[in-house]
Design a protein around this ligand. Structure first.
Ligand code: NAP
Ligand code: MG
Length: 491
């Protein structure tokens, strides 16, 4: 049964799959306190898709209480059984891939095939972590004949997941899968711009056999819903992905209750191109790195740092790529969809203006499209000074800044001259040089002769202001487990 709040006249197919747009707490759909709602907008048309319950602080309280109650049984489920349940979530996501992708594309704006790959990636998180459920072993530590000492890895309890709008379903899975496998219960707050896929995923978790209360979803605004979650006394761990200022705020808030946080806060990621690189291949990787998801990716290749001798050739290749990309509504599966919201379009275009005003040259693009929807052309800037805003700040749109270097030391200095340190790429045919740079680059993820080299099984996270802790891979489980050391006197 679809919620009455959905306007049936405008309902595209994807919404048929969604039972409700209320809050999902303790396995039930419930309206927000005071029946407060928010409108989620189709960024390709600027039209409302649905009104969705907007959680208030007391709804967050109810969700956290449900998670707390559910936790005590969930942690006691045989780990192998927990693994089977989590694996079933992955299978159900695969079974419902087209429907979830359509929902994600509608709500977020991304091209359908990119949404599909996000959804398959989401399924893979559940499948990957499911296999770890019965392998979360402790250690035994030799203390001599008179004692026994061993460690146990225990779940924290209630894990809060505060999700951004760029990969709503995929980042839900990235956090919820390891949290569940480790035996935690979760309360998820999706971004106000993109609440829909999380609601559907919560329902699939229940269908897979996750007990009521173990996965709760409370759409709402950062204030009050996100804030209430971050400061809740009964939340034991917070995972956040988003901007640096909000991440700092969450860390301050969590300090009050001494709650551990995992933060993934974006980047300004350099792609360093040496003259000996295969320039055509480098340009292709970089174009994928900056224009996928309309550039709204924390690990996007948003800064090219290229040797001056090959700058023109590389820029020509990049411009050819950018100019060949199709732009349109996600449902038509173009190369580039709209950006997520009117506010975000405004932010991206104001960076483009700042670049032009500052004296950088637009090689291609540079304009928002004169049509409904939040479309902006793939844009490439050259003559970018390292001090310009477009060289330093995360634009989070399809906007690439090209800087040049003279020698290797220069390249490293330019690449590291950033408050961020999430990803970096090196394009070169010289394996020794590649390894030298891998060592020097201040980034949690370094790609060599490719971009987006990470997979579900590889650890991902930032140096410097790009974050704390690691997501993905086995390492992510460390965020969801605390160590208990047991010391026994045998005398
Ligand atoms: P944001 O404020 O960091 O939002 C991320 C999440 O945090 C959303 O769910 C947001 O809720 C929530 N939130 C906001 N204030 C909060 C608070 N005081 N306590 C707890 N949670 C809170 O990011 P944004 O404003 O959507 O985007 C701004 C910029 O952040 C982007 O332009 C981009 O540069 C960067 N960003 C980075 C990533 C990444 O992957 N690292 C992802 C998205 C954005 P609401 O959305 O409901 O307000
Ligand atoms: Mg939306």
């Amino acid at each position: 049964m679809m919620s009455d709040s959905i306007d049936r006249q405008r309902v595209p197919e994807p919404l048929e799959s969604l039972s409700s747009t209320d809050l999902y707490i303790d396995g039930e759909w419930v309206p927000a306190s005071g029946a407060t709602t928010l409108e989620t907008i189709d960024p390709a048309t600027e039209k409302p898709i649905a009104s969705v319950a907007a959680a208030q602080a007391d709804d967050v309280d109810t969700a956290v209480a449900a998670a707390r109650r559910a936790f005590s049984d969930w942690r006691d489920v045989d780990p192998a059984e927990r693994g089977r349940i989590v694996h079933r979530i992955g299978r159900l996501i695969r079974d419902h891939c087209d429907e979830l992708a359509a929902l994600e594309s509608l709500d977020q704006g991304k091209p359908l095939s990119q949404a599909r790959s996000d959804i398959i990636g989401a399924a893979e998180y559940f499948e990957y972590y499911a296999g770890a459920a019965d392998k979360l072993e402790g250690r035994s530590i030799p203390v001599g004949p008179d004692g026994v000492d061993y460690t146990v890895r225990e779940p924290y309890g209630v894990s809060a997941q505060i999700i951004p709008w760029n990969f709503p379903a995929n980042i839900f899975a990235r956090g919820v899968a390891p949290a569940l496998v480790a035996g935690n219960a979760t309360v998820v707050k999706p971004a106000e711009q993109t609440p829909l896929s999380a609601l559907r995923l919560a329902e699939l978790c229940t269908e897979a056999g996750v007990p009521d209360g173990v996965v709760n979803v409370v759409p709402g605004y950062g204030e009050p819903a996100g804030q209430a979650l971050a400061e809740h006394e009964d939340v034991d761990q917070v995972t956040f992905t988003g901007s640096v200022p909000t991440g700092q705020r969450i860390m301050e808030t969590a300090a009050e209750t001494v709650t551990p946080v995992t933060l993934e806060l974006g980047g300004k990621n350099p792609a360093i191109v040496f003259p000996d690189a295969d320039l055509e291949a480098a340009a292709e990787s970089i174009a994928t790195g900056i224009f996928t998801n309309a550039g709204q990716i924390c690990s996007a290749a948003d800064r090219v740092v290229v040797h001056e001798s090959v700058r023109d050739e590389l820029v020509d290749e990049l411009v050819d790529h950018a100019a060949s990309l199709s732009i349109g509504p996600g449902r038509n599966d173009p190369d580039v969809g709209p950006v997520v919201s009117a506010d975000h379009l405004e932010k991206v275009t104001s960076y483009i203006e700042a670049g032009t005003d500052g004296g950088a040259s637009v090689e291609t693009g540079g304009e928002a499209l004169d049509r409904d929807g939040y479309f902006v052309e793939p844009t490439i800037f050259t003559d970018v000074d390292p001090e310009m805003q477009i060289a330093r700040e995360e634009i989070f749109g399809p906007v690439l800044s090209v800087l040049t270097f003279g020698d290797e030391a220069d390249a490293i200095e330019l690449a590291n001259d950033s408050e961020y340190g999430l990803t970096a790429g090196v394009f070169t045919a010289d394996i020794s040089r590649a390894h030298r740079l891998v060592r020097e680059l201040e980034a949690g993820n370094v790609y060599v002769n490719q971009w987006f080299g990470d997979m579900n099984r590889t650890p991902f996270g930032g140096y410097k202001h790009s974050g704390i802790g690691r997501e993905k891979g086995i390492e992510a489980l460390d965020s969801y487990l605390q160590t208990k050391n047991v010391a026994i006197d045998l005398e």
